[in-house]
Design a binder for this molecule. Structure first.
Ligand SMILES: NC(=O)c1ccc[n+]([C@@H]2O[C@H](COP(=O)([O-])OP(=O)(O)OC[C@H]3O[C@@H](n4cnc5c(N)ncnc54)[C@H](OP(=O)(O)O)[C@@H]3O)[C@@H](O)[C@H]2O)c1
Length: 265
């Protein structure tokens, strides 16, 4: 299926690794120009070279901390000049890493969760909107999490930030509907990205084995998916790519679970 990415321009914030990179690769495979944003130039350069090899005619990595609104604006100003003032796709894959039960979390940790998880996305959407509005077609995809639908006691701040992302995305889908700019959310389940693999290693489990990973999640959090294994970043990328594509012509305001099966909606 041709998703219509030839000649399209896309920014994947948090595209240097994990599910953001997996989505960026799908767009590059289909010929989109892709800018990935993160805080580590070396990682971004390696990922951008991979995107170019896969077929992106213009792949680049730009450094910005999404918590820094001026730095984010600088990235989109630069891309506006490079891409004739237009942008088709914005994907926000950055999330907070805050862990701790309600009683363990300090005010600073709560603020950090909202800075990383919510304000970063707000900064990116705000800076991207003038470019998205100029494009012939435009899509936004934001990452939430399945934990918003089934709580984990060590993730109240992370989960609250993700719930805010879902709510703001829904609001944006309404705001931008008259311009036919579609805004959707993807809610991953337990996906074997670097962070989750690192957690697995910390509890003595081989994080590279998705079956062992899901067994550990079940043991520690009681949250098994219906499928007996964790997901892989490459299993999220195509779903994000479809939502971000011109081919997605009638889905907006949706929250799509990609979680290996669950009993919540
Ligand atoms: N993995 C899971 O099981 C799971 C489940 C549900 C939801 N999610 C959500 O899905 C999304 C992707 O998760 P992932 O595990 O694939 O991501 P990841 O491997 O943790 O990668 C996150 C990316 O974002 C960049 N980043 C982090 N903080 C940033 C900041 N302040 N400014 C700019 N870039 C920043 C990182 O690069 P630098 O560190 O170099 O900046 C990295 O490239 C996240 O929103 C996460 O919360 C994950």
């Amino acid at each position: 299926m041709d998703l219509g990415f030839a000649d399209a321009t896309a920014v994947v914030v948090g595209g240097g690794r994990g599910m953001g990179l997996a989505a960026a690769r799908c767009l590059a495979d289909d010929g989109a120009k892709v800018a990935i944003v993160g805080r580590t130039q070396r990682v971004l350069d390696e990922a951008a070279a991979d995107l170019a090899r896969r077929g992106s005619p213009d792949a680049l990595g730009l450094v910005a901390d999404t918590g820094d609104a001026d730095a984010v604006q600088g990235v989109f100003d630069q891309l506006g000049e490079r891409w004739n003032g237009e942008l088709n796709v914005l994907i926000n894959a950055v999330g907070p890493s805050t862990q701790g039960t309600f009683e363990q979390l300090s005010d600073d940790q709560w603020r950090q969760a909202f800075d990383d998880g919510v304000m970063g996305m707000v900064h990116c959407v705000r800076s991207a909107l003038p470019l998205l509005r100029q494009a012939q077609w435009a899509r936004i995809v934001n990452f939430s999490a399945h934990s918003t639908q089934r709580q984990t006691i060590i993730l109240p701040a992370y989960t609250a930030a993700k719930a805010a992302v879902t709510s703001i995305s829904k609001n944006l889908s309404l705001l931008l509907a008259p311009d036919e700019i579609m805004v959707n959310v993807v809610s991953p389940g337990s996906i074997a990205s670097e962070a989750l693999r690192g957690w697995a290693e910390s509890v003595g489990v081989d994080g590279s084995d998705p079956y062992a990973l899901m067994a550990a999640i079940d043991k520690h959090f009681g949250h098994p998916a219906h499928l007996p294994r964790a997901g892989l970043p490459d299993e999220i990328g195509p779903v994000v790519a479809f939502l971000a594509s011109k081919r997605n012509s009638y889905m907006t305001g949706a929250n799509v679970n990609v979680d290996g099966g669950s009993d919540f909606t």
